[in-house]
Design a binder for this molecule. Structure first.
Ligand code: NAG
Ligand code: NAG
Ligand code: NAG
Ligand code: NAG
Ligand code: NAG
Ligand code: NAG
Ligand code: NAG
Ligand code: NAG
Ligand code: NAG
Ligand code: NAG
Ligand code: NAG
Ligand code: NAG
Length: 833
């Protein structure tokens, strides 16, 4: 039977219509492309005027001219969902000689009510604005574009700060990523339950916002003949100075607005260390917090920055400048790391001897080393809304040896300071912060890309990027970057080891992704280029197996998937799954010795877990061994990964899924039963995403009944994830990043793979992966679905279009392959339930 269902998913957004006028998503307007940089713009769909941000009674926006004055100083703009890019606005008229306006950004509406928006994000540079507010001083009509990217926001305000009036039109963002509405993507999903369509779309938008094309995120430093022009941002730190200490670092600087900023004794973890800001006596913006950033002063702190966000820095120390520092004048600033403090002078006059006393409690081995107060590199970055030139940097050791010298007039320095334009197409853990390339989070992202945008090339680029940073020799041989910066370069990797390699199991997630890539594409030829590197990484992971337990345990390793515990179930089971998948790759590459080895290793890991970590009292796998004994706690990933690896048998899987009840708190599942219940208990979408997929595997591969898995799926799909959809003030059209530590949009691929039912499966006879159309109808029915329709992108182009419906126990379905030759799909759908 032909199903009369829409080709487009127009209804997808119906559930997101609130208030007046919000009737469509921010519409991309495409202009001709120039170079590799996009010319697409995102414009608001609705606006409101008032004395404060407004969420209700917004009016439709279409380039509308809006006048701000002292009675209505705040313009609120709603883009309907997360967009990203360079903010711009056109001023058509203004009164007075100069008008100051402050632009503010936030993903959630509430961020607009905070002084700093939903930021700042002062932890890494991220090739974006580190701040979520930016002030402009407008003197003539015309269009202004910010120098910096704002990485993800649904909401914006424009606030008039001066006692003038200004008329603004054509406000928006010049795109830094291409984000298209879900109904225009190659992949799509539409079901008889609108909420599921919305959940699918969260991942489709999140991957578009956080996967960036090569060279699309420009450097945040501008190199000129007068040195580097550096606008207020999180400082970039040199990769070349981590080992030096007790030196004098000097540079020439010319402030063009507000102040200049620099570091010494900065560590490999994003430059955590001493930070100084020298402000001028020039004009300050009305938005400047004069208490935190007084003019004509030296401000000294230790940590990330002079203001706190979710990680704290030492309370800043303030010193009045002994002579006025002027804008647009050159000065020579030097900082000597002495036994008693940082000795700072400007043009040979001492400005401060900053004592270490109040900084010492903030020395953090996790962010650098215990000697960080006097040892570490140097860096540059003025504070918010400031702008300064920096040139002729010189570092001289205690014994008078010149350690470093650079004129700062060549773009060669950008990667050294972590601020080079991104050379590779990569996926960030989140579009807004911290904008690093976390390879663990990518395990979900890769599968979301495959079912939504079909951008398999991003997966390939991520694999290429990650292997480019692999250590091929030395003590870390085999290890790949797990928390890389877009702005760095492979030649500097060793500087960041081990500081930026804190989660050992992210290496396992990368192995998993290599196997997932093969599952999705069957392209052994692509993986053959990295097969030597893959084997070297597996070998590196094998060194972490404790010989007495056969489990992953090593004092130098840390396991994210087991809350840092050793001899734990989840990371060991994750390794087992990775090895099973890589054994299939090995066979495809005719490396049969390796295939057999990986299969045997995986079997041993499985045995080690079952003999030591199955806990009959809990009816679940213990999270880990404690003092050699299985402990009394269990965790979501202990269940999810033993199921995915097939380590759990049918009765263990059944019992482990039932035992998840103990982890349910309010609306979702806690990572572990050792975590208490409180207002700050985190319910991770990343972790629950792995659980979501494993429940379908428990049913399809381990014979766990629908009665057992459906209640848990119901909690995840009908209770937990819909929180991201059904609250207007928090809705962003993408999965939440500000609420928890990592992106988690697993419903996107799980709904396509198991509810629509189109996925890749291994044919046990041929050893090849192929497409199946095999919806898990009993579960779909258990979740109350009566029909599903969707498209699934194919590697190499084209898509599979499929649908099914159940009425009175009769199943109807259709399946087509579009725009592709020779793609076989094994249709396994029954005609009756
Ligand atoms: C704002 O400017 C108007 C005239 O343009 C003046 O009458 C008023 O006193 C000013 N208000 C403040 C707070 O400066
Ligand atoms: C704003 O621009 C005007 C005109 O150029 C200038 O006089 C004023 O100092 C500027 N204000 C700030 C805070 O930069
Ligand atoms: C900060 O100082 C400047 C001039 O020194 C002033 O115009 C501005 O209003 C002050 N800002 C605040 C928030 O007090
Ligand atoms: C500070 O030193 C620079 C040279 O580094 C010189 O050009 C400038 O005139 C000096 N400024 C003052 C106020 O002495
Ligand atoms: C700090 O530098 C000044 C010169 O600017 C010098 O006179 C003083 O001795 C130095 N102090 C220390 C503790 O090194
Ligand atoms: C001076 O110090 C540097 C760096 O610590 C060292 O490499 C060099 O050998 C030293 N030179 C002398 C002459 O002691
Ligand atoms: C598989 O990977 C190889 C090597 O990168 C590439 O040349 C080829 O085009 C890929 N195959 C497909 C179908 O894209
Ligand atoms: C793998 O081989 C490639 C090409 O020969 C080489 O560039 C790369 O460094 C090798 N990787 C390892 C881990 O040995
Ligand atoms: C698996 O475990 C057995 C028994 O402990 C051992 O003999 C064998 O070498 C192990 N296999 C691998 C590949 O480590
Ligand atoms: C793993 O467990 C074994 C057996 O209890 C113990 O000897 C070993 O120290 C543990 N490893 C770590 C890193 O805690
Ligand atoms: C699931 O049931 C099928 C059919 O009864 C059986 O062949 C298979 O071995 C079972 N699988 C497991 C893991 O128990
Ligand atoms: C399903 O059952 C209902 C009620 O018994 C009936 O009205 C409807 O026509 C049936 N649909 C089909 C496709 O048989």
């Amino acid at each position: 039977m032909m199903l009369n269902l829409p080709r487009s998913y127009a209804k997808l957004w119906a559930i997101f219509v609130w208030g007046l006028g919000i009737i469509s998503l921010a519409n991309p307007i495409t202009k001709p492309k120039v170079g590799s940089r996009s010319q697409t713009s995102y414009t608001p769909v609705a606006f409101g005027l008032g004395t404060a941000p407004v969420i209700d009674s917004l009016q439709p926006y279409s380039g509308t001219s809006v006048t701000l004055d002292s009675s209505t100083p705040v313009l609120t703009l709603d883009y309907a969902a997360d967009v990203a890019g360079f903010p711009y606005f056109e001023v058509t008229s203004l009164t007075g000689s100069a008008t100051q306006i402050e632009l503010k950004y936030s993903e959630q509406f509430n961020g607009l009510n905070l002084d700093s928006g939903d930021g700042p994000w002062l932890y890494t540079n991220g090739l974006s604005n580190s701040f979520r507010t930016e002030t402009f001083n407008i003197t003539i009509p015309g269009t202004t574009e910010s120098f910096f990217i704002q990485g993800a926001q649904r909401w914006q305000t424009v606030e008039l700060l001066s006692n003038t009036s200004i008329t603004i039109s054509n406000i928006g963002f010049r795109a830094s990523v291409e984000i298209n509405p879900p109904d225009t993507l190659v992949g799509g999903f539409c079901a008889s339950n609108d909420v599921y369509d919305g959940l699918w779309s969260l991942g489709a938008r999140a991957v578009q916002a956080s996967c960036v094309e090569a060279d699309s995120q420009p450097s945040t430093w501008e190199i000129s003949g007068d040195g580097a022009l550096i606008r207020g941002q999180y400082p970039g730190t040199s990769a070349l100075g981590m080992k030096y200490g007790d030196y004098t670092m000097s540079f020439s600087t010319k402030i063009t607005r507000g102040g200049t900023g620099w570091r010494v004794a900065a560590g490999p973890n994003a430059g955590y260390g001493a930070y100084f800001v020298l402000t001028s006596n020039g004009p300050q913006y009305l938005s400047t917090d004069n208490a935190t950033v007084p003019s004509d002063s030296l401000i000294a702190t230790y940590g990330f920055s002079i203001v706190n966000f979710y990680l704290s820095s030492a309370p800043p120390l303030y010193y009045a400048n002994p002579f006025p520092i002027l804008d647009d004048e050159w000065y020579r600033v030097s900082t000597t790391i002495t036994p008693s403090g940082y000795n700072i002078s400007v043009n040979d006059t001492q400005f401060a001897l900053v004592p270490y006393t109040t900084f010492l409690p903030y020395v953090n081995a996790g962010f650098g080393g215990s000697e960080l107060i006097t040892t570490g590199s140097w860096g540059f970055g003025p504070f918010q809304d400031q702008v300064a030139y920096v040139k002729d940097v010189e570092v001289i050791g205690q014994n008078g040896t010149m350690l470093y010298t650079n004129s700062f007039t060549s773009t060669d320095i950008l990667a050294e300071y972590l601020v080079a334009s991104n050379a590779y197409a990569v996926c960030l853990d989140g579009a807004k912060r911290d904008r690093e390339v976390w390879i663990g989070d990518f395990a979900h992202t890769a599968k979301e890309l495959a079912v939504s945008t079909g951008r398999y090339d991003f997966i390939e680029s991520m694999i290429e990027f990650t292997f480019a940073g692999q250590f091929t020799s030395g003590p870390a041989a085999g290890i790949v970057p797990m928390q890389d910066s877009m702005g760095s370069a492979p030649e500097y990797q060793s500087v960041y080891y081990p500081s930026q390699y804190g989660e050992t199991d992210y290496e396992l997630f990368f192995l998993l992704t290599l196997g997932d890539y093969y599952t999705l594409t069957s392209n052994a030829s692509f993986l053959s280029k990295y097969w030597n590197g893959t084997k070297l990484l597996v070998d590196a992971m094998l060194t972490y197996i404790d010989p007495s337990t056969g489990l992953l345990a090593n004092p130098s390793a840390s396991w994210f998937t087991a809350q840092g515990q050793q001899n734990a179930t989840a990371p060991t089971a994750l390794f087992a799954t990775s090895l099973q998948q890589l054994a299939i790759v090995a066979s495809a590459l005719q490396d049969l010795t390796t295939a057999a080895h990986y299969t045997a290793l995986s079997a041993n890991l499985s045995t080690a877990i079952n003999t030591q970590l199955w806990n009959p009292t809990l009816g679940a796998y213990s999270t880990a061994l404690a003092n050699g004994v299985r402990e009394g706690y269990t965790s979501v990933l202990a269940a999810a990964f033993t199921i995915r690896a097939g380590i759990a048998n049918s009765s263990q899987a059944t019992s482990a899924v039932q035992a998840l009840d103990a982890l349910f708190y309010l609306i979702g599942y806690k990572d572990s039963s050792a975590v208490g219940n409180s207002a700050t208990t985190q319910l991770s979408p990343n972790v629950q995403g792995f659980l979501l997929e494993s429940l379908f595997l428990a049913y399809t591969q381990l014979n766990v009944t629908a009665e057992v898995v459906v209640p848990v799926l119901h909690n995840l799909l009908d209770v937990y994830w819909p929180q991201m959809l059904n609250q207007n003030e928090y809705f962003t059209g993408a999965s939440w990043e500000y609420f928890v530590s990592s992106v988690g949009s697993a419903p996107t691929y799980v709904l396509t793979n198991y509810i629509l039912g189109v996925r890749r499966e291994l044919d046990g006879d041929t050893g090849e992966y192929g497409w199946v159309f095999d919806p898990v109808l009993e579960i779909a029915e258990g979740l109350g679905l009566t029909w599903v329709y969707g498209n699934v992108p194919l590697y190499g182009g084209g898509w599979i279009e499929a649908s099914w419906a159940i009425e009175n126990g009769t199943v109807t379905s259709s399946m087509d392959v579009n725009d592709a030759e020779g793609v076989k799909v094994d249709v396994r759908i029954p005609s009756h339930l």
